[in-house]
Design a protein around this ligand. Structure first.
Ligand SMILES: NC(=O)c1ccc[n+]([C@@H]2O[C@H](COP(=O)([O-])OP(=O)(O)OC[C@H]3O[C@@H](n4cnc5c(N)ncnc54)[C@H](OP(=O)(O)O)[C@@H]3O)[C@@H](O)[C@H]2O)c1
Length: 332
């Protein structure tokens, strides 16, 4: 039988406006960096997708290089889309990106027009889509003129291959410049995608102020620190965890699960229990407490991690005392 999404899905989610655009995003989005590659079980991928959409998650975040191997997550998405989600295309916000190494030679990486144009065409083909909703430049390129990179993002919109434009991991001054160039081109920057969690707070030093001032949305990644900010590593490293699976490609490994980190995580876990939340829920809620954050992109290896994350929406208010306890634990 064909997939029938839960009729009550939009009652289960809350949506925030993305900057001053017309688009609202779910407070929790789903990312396909890990868990959707060739090494992963397809039926599990499909179930994660169903669980997400059944809970009102309308935004799915991809990139050309997600896998492994690079490109595989877009192929997995394409298959799920074709089988289950084609009738719901207009209910979905699908993003992809280019900016990391994708193919050999000087034209398969960074931010040239040559690379970005070819990469987006490849992504659309792998996903079986006519357009993406958001096309991102994945990381700043120190060599290519910003005008060339932003000009190519603008071109993708005028060609109808993308509806909106985003940037990822640009620092505050690079962000200000990119926003200005895009504004001049007539294609406003919809959104910035930075890393942000209790364990990595760089966006608090300038970036969120720029985004707030310019009214550009902000969608965060690795807000669970790839799983460290959950209860999974409290008693060792489970074999089926991201660390236990010994993945490469930017995945965390044993060196990041140190006794010092776990000591902090245990204290945060106690605080989460007092708030009647799981640690994953508290970690997501902590990011969402700032209204300038449009959405948190969750990574999930199991459907129940999606439902756990949705539980964060029950309470993303923090008392002053809770916030200072968290700051105290993080500073130890
Ligand atoms: N723009 C960029 O440069 C960039 C970079 C990285 C990521 N991203 C985007 O952000 C998305 C999320 O990144 P991420 O995967 O690092 O995010 P994350 O949400 O910090 O970590 C996800 C991992 O945490 C574990 N987890 C999730 N929920 C859990 C729960 N309730 N209980 C226990 N463990 C739980 C799972 O790992 P296990 O496998 O251990 O179960 C899951 O795969 C990516 O898919 C991608 O779309 C963007």
């Amino acid at each position: 039988m064909s997939y029938q999404p839960d009729k009550n899905r939009y009652q289960k989610m809350q949506y925030r406006r993305c900057g001053n655009s017309g688009i609202k995003l779910p407070l929790i989005s789903l990312g396909l960096w890990h868990n959707f590659g060739e090494i992963d079980n397809y039926e599990n991928c499909r179930e994660i997708f169903h669980t997400a959409f059944d809970n009102g998650i309308t935004h799915f975040d991809l990139a050309n290089n997600y896998g492994p191997p690079p490109g595989a997550a877009e192929i997995t998405f394409g298959k799920i889309f074709k089988e289950d989600f084609k009738p719901f295309r207009d209910e979905l916000i699908i993003s992809s990106k280019a900016g990391w190494g994708m193919w050999d030679g000087p034209y398969g990486d960074w931010g040239s027009k040559k690379y970005l144009v070819a990469s987006l065409d490849q992504s659309l083909k792998r996903m079986g889509l006519e357009y993406v909703d958001i096309f991102y430049h994945h990381r700043p390129d120190p060599e290519t003129p910003l005008e060339e990179t932003m000009g190519t993002l603008d071109l993708s919109v005028s060609q109808g291959k993308a509806l909106y434009i985003g940037i990822s991991s640009y620092n505050p001054s690079e962000t200000e410049r990119a926003i200005k160039v895009l504004k001049e081109l007539g294609t406003p920057c919809l959104i910035h995608q930075p890393k942000y969690s209790m364990l990595d707070r760089w966006v608090e030093v300038g970036l969120l102020d720029v985004l707030g001032k310019e009214k550009v949305g902000c969608i965060t990644f690795s807000s669970l620190a790839q799983g460290i900010l959950t209860n999974k590593y409290l008693n060792g490293i489970p074999e089926d965890s991201r660390v236990g699976r010994h993945l490469s490609n930017g995945a965390i490994d044993e060196t990041q699960v140190t006794p010092k980190v776990i000591e902090k995580v245990k204290k945060l876990n106690e605080l989460a229990i007092k708030r009647t939340q799981s640690l994953a829920q508290m970690a997501i809620a902590w990011v969402l407490k700032d209204e300038r954050i449009t959405s948190v992109i969750l990574g999930a290896s199991k459907p129940k991690q999606v439902t756990d994350a949705i539980g964060a929406l029950q309470n993303f208010a923090f008392s002053k005392e809770e916030l200072s306890s968290i700051d105290g634990i993080l500073k130890e």
